[in-house]
Design a protein around this ligand. Sequence first.
Ligand code: AMP
Ligand code: MN
Ligand code: MN
Ligand code: MN
Length: 285
Amino acid sequence: MNSLTNADLHCHSVISDGTLTPEVLAQRAKANGVELWALTDHDELGGQDRAIAAARALELPYLTGTEISVTFAGITVHIVGLGMDHKNPALLSGLHNTRNGREQRAREMSDDLARVGIPGVYEGALKYVGNPELISRSHFARYLVEIGVCKEISEVFRKYITEGKPGFVPHRWATLGHAVSWITQSGGVAVVAHPGRYKLTPNEEFALFTEFKAHGGQGVEVMTGAHGQADYVKYAGYCKEFDLVASRGSDFHSPEESHTDLGQLPDLPGTVTPVWDLLRSRILQ
Ligand code: AMP
Ligand code: MN
Ligand code: MN
Ligand code: MN
């Protein structure tokens, strides 16, 4: 494996807010030419045994994964963990606690949407939920498209469920320090997910990467579905500036909703060290 390996180290199954099972994702990754795969459900490891078994049956090298929701400087950032021992008790209980507030938050979102004339969204969203502990804004968005309130998922986020909009309920997730230490203390590598998506000022972004490093974080997603050419260049530069390894992952959720399919990203730039260089002993094959 080298920097040109077709690695896809970020995607979601029905165990969080994806629409495919771990088994179908494994088949799709293999069919798309993925050579190293990780399933990274939000705040969950419940799909890992299924992903490991499916990858093994397909002779697809696999890294365990998750994507942890973190509150940093008042905004939500995501930290991907790769190569952890997915049975580690501290990691499992940290993720369990991180998931804990989702049900209450969903009920409040639904109450708020009822107030603007859209009733029953909690119950409607539940039809799309594969894991009762992981009701997400994505499930809300699918239901609002189903009932015709919006034409597409991104419109729901824009109009209803992002900061300042009527169905948005602020939530306190894990701390950056906790998320990074759950990952590293269970043998994994922590990676800042899709940094180009956060609306951070340069000072806030500097603080995020500085604190992330101080807590033991080692990687950044350079190639991801949410990034464009300018982000690829910028975050490849951050690898040098902050001495980080680079990750690559589509963030695939659904054939109908995701722009970037599994294994369909450009290669990592030649200037960076791939995250899998740090994880060779953790690859399951
Ligand atoms: P939650 O963890 O419940 O806050 O939901 C966050 C998820 O919503 C992310 O992981 C994405 O899958 C999805 N998401 C966030 N923003 C958007 C957007 N603008 N368009 C489509 N999906 C989004
Ligand atoms: Mn998601
Ligand atoms: Mn994310
Ligand atoms: Mn994701």
